[in-house]
Design a protein around this ligand. Sequence first.
Ligand code: SF4
Length: 322
Amino acid sequence: MTTKPMMPEREADLLRAPGNLPGHWSYSQLNTYETCPQMFYLERLMKEPPLTINGGGIGGTAGHRSVEICEAEKLWEDDSNIDLMGELFVANFREATRVEQEKHPDTPIRWGGRKTKNFPDGENEYWWEGPAGGPLMMKRYAARRRDWAEQGMSVIEGGTEMRVMTEVPYTVEEPQIVDGEAVMVEVAKSKPIIAYIDIVLLVRIGPNGIERGIADWKFGSLMSCKPRQMVVYSYALKQSHDWDITFGDIMWMRGKDVDTQVRRVEIPAELRDQVPAWYGEMAKSIDAGIFGPKPNTLCASCAVRDRCSWGRHISEKELSDE
Ligand code: SF4
């Protein structure tokens, strides 16, 4: 009788990535790794085709693209542009749908959200294009944008969709021969990260004079609003521009009122300075080839579920209960 653990060949393969790791990380890649290393491996490294297209992702793309145009054209300034902004969203939503379907032909779209009497499929294209979907979120965007102007906050020149690249240092222990003996030595490494400061960089006149902050528009579920994203972006701006970002506004466009739409995160320097430690831990795990499944609440909607050693055991019943 053998005591050797049984490990199917394919799963053993998943423990080590091929030599095609990207040369830099983005916040979203590392967020995926933190959510589930195997999802990161299958989606981001192996580029496995998805089981389904993420309908919420299409809505988010349309929202961001629309906000970008509204910023460039200053459409938010005038209330009479509300209908135009709604139409802009719909046009961008259709374009984003077309692009996704062209990328993944014959792949169904998985719509998220609650299934209701009017929308038994959940938040489908009719919901997103209808008055309670994208156009309403654009209306909220314009209202909040005007609030900022009234509060004396403005977008820094070039601060829309700002691309920032910086190196994050970390250390790993590696075996080396020193004086004829094998010892573990701490080796300094670094990894470039690219951050897209989602929409705007703000300046406000606070009690301490000028303060800089960042903002990020969110069109998906509350789960997509992660304070740590703001902290990572503030770290990137400190490194690249030597700017102290003291707050991040997560602008959740599904919120029904100002209080739920604007979620301000204060970013003390001590918190920002923890980013290398956090990234370093992940970089070490990725370098070590740790890509095992990490079951979580997103498993049922995971686009690579069928290729995951955990996800492929999720039954139809469990899926329909979600
Ligand atoms: S099904 Fe769950 S455990 Fe498997 S890859 Fe997807 S998120 Fe990870």
